[in-house]
Design a protein. Structure first.
Lengths: 115, 116
């Protein structure tokens, strides 16, 4: 079955450490997105990518970085500059481009905590 | 500014009763509206969308939503609630300024609790 796989499910970060969250999709979608979910705040967009080797900052990009070297993969790095990284991180994808009515498909998330 | 509001943090309903989860929006251009559901420690699942056409949209699991342009609302409804419908529900609107991207603006979410 096609879908989005996020790993690991749980991740712990030590102070001063960078950590990378994996997101892989086999839906042949062009667009991919990273969101941060905090209790009572809904989802906030971190980064998004329309095509390979292109990505744009979302609303809360500071302290995060991404790459898009392959269509299927959109890893997110939480750097030591992100002072409050504890959250639930969700990756999503959709066809993108001119398909304005296409819903986003989500992975099952990675929960990041500080040690 | 473009935004989505879900005015209720939590909605409580008895099993078998109808349910409504409210959503209002503010967006430039034509609204593309979505409802998602999230179960604990899971990602969001798409329920339904409004793009154009009939104001009553039918979706997955017996849910439907009513688009009201004059009230800028897109309330989620179900005629008869199930205990298994208990979850977190998100309303979202496509960012009208996202150009060729399909950026979504999400509401803060409404927790639905269906009691036996």
């Amino acid at each position: 079955d096609g879908g989005i796989t996020q790993s690991p499910k749980y991740l712990f970060r030590k102070e001063g450490q960078n950590v990378t969250l994996s997101c892989e999709q086999n839906l042949n979608h062009d667009a991919m997105y990273w969101y941060r979910q905090d209790p009572g705040q809904g989802l906030r967009l971190i980064y998004y990518s329309q095509i390979v080797n292109d990505f744009q900052k979302g609303d809360i990009a500071e302290g995060y970085s991404v790459s898009r070297e392959k269509k299927e993969s959109f890893p997110l790095t939480v750097t030591s500059a992100q002072k409050n990284p504890t959250a639930f991180y969700l990756c999503a994808s959709n066809r993108g481009g001119g398909a304005k009515n296409q819903p986003q498909h989500f992975g099952d998330g990675t929960r990041l905590s500080i040690l | 500014a473009q935004s989505v509001a879900q005015p209720e943090d939590q909605v409580n309903v008895a099993e078998g009763n109808p349910l409504t989860v409210k959503c209002t929006y503010s967006v430039s251009g034509n609204p593309y509206l979505f409802w998602y559901v999230q179960y604990p420690n899971r990602g969001l699942q798409f329920l339904l969308k409004y793009i154009t056409g009939d104001n009553l949209v039918k979706g997955s699991y017996g849910f439907e939503a009513e688009f009201n342009k004059s009230q800028t609302s897109f309330h989620l409804k179900k005629p008869s609630a199930l205990v298994s419908d208990s979850a977190l529900y998100f309303c979202a609107v496509r960012d009208g300024k996202s150009g060729g991207y399909n950026k979504l603006i999400f509401g803060a979410g409404t927790r639905l609790a269906v009691h036996p």
